[in-house]
Design a protein around this ligand. Structure first.
Ligand code: MN
Length: 211
């Protein structure tokens, strides 16, 4: 991944701020990328600045190794590195117009583990709705199977050695301006802008790098 070590920089979105309209509005995308993600980047850089010995570690390494970092910075690094990784992953996983359903190897695997796309979508939506407060729902690969997991706050499935394929950010800042408190409508809208090519690529990386 580009820009993956200190000092972290907020790379532009891979599309225009208004590209996801009408499913996610321009103002939400501007605030989400330029303010929320920027804050995680700034906070991560400001703690890393004081620890030159850690500056060579990649974003993923910082997340996976957070419990081995100096205790006084563990939660700051974990929250903010997670915030950077999760947001980049979420933004890169969106496109408009999008294909309606997965294809390729991922499609075959979704049918294998969830019966069909409809069952997968319904289970994923249920998981995304079930996140209490702030967090994410993910499609991940681990132990030779696909599964749906949720993470609270800015925790990331890579902490648990799971390989992410797809995610939805269900923090209220991701949808409140357009969907108000109605998370279910935001999730429905999100299904229209999933970048299935990116998800397929993520899945291929997961199965090629399994231990
Ligand atoms: Mn967010």
């Amino acid at each position: 991944m580009e820009n993956n070590t200190y000092p972290f920089v907020n790379t532009p979105l891979p599309y225009e701020y208004n590209a996801l309209e009408p499913f996610i509005d321009e103002k939400t995308m501007k605030l989400h990328h330029d303010k929320h993600l920027q804050t995680y980047i700034d906070n991560l850089n400001s703690v890393m600045e004081k620890y030159p010995g850690l500056q060579k570690l990649s974003l993923e390494m910082l997340i996976r190794a957070s419990r081995r970092l100096p205790v006084q910075i563990q939660s700051t690094v974990s929250n903010n590195a997670g915030g950077v990784f999760n947001h980049r992953f979420f933004f890169n996983g969106l496109t408009n117009p999008a294909s309606k359903e997965p294809h390729g190897k991922l499609s075959i695997s979704i049918n294998r583990f969830f019966s069909d796309y409809e069952c997968f979508a319904s289970e994923f939506k249920k998981a995304a709705l079930s996140v209490f407060g702030s967090g994410y729902a993910w499609l991940v690969y681990g132990n030779n199977r696909l599964k749906i997991v949720t993470t609270p706050n800015q925790n990331s499935p890579i902490e648990q050695g799971l390989c992410p394929i797809l995610c939805i950010d269900v923090w209220e800042h991701a949808y409140y301006l357009k969907h108000y408190n109605v998370r279910s409508e935001y999730i429905e809208d999100w299904f229209n802008i999933i970048n299935w090519e990116e998800a397929e690529q993520n899945f291929l990386n997961c199965i090629n790098h399994r231990k």
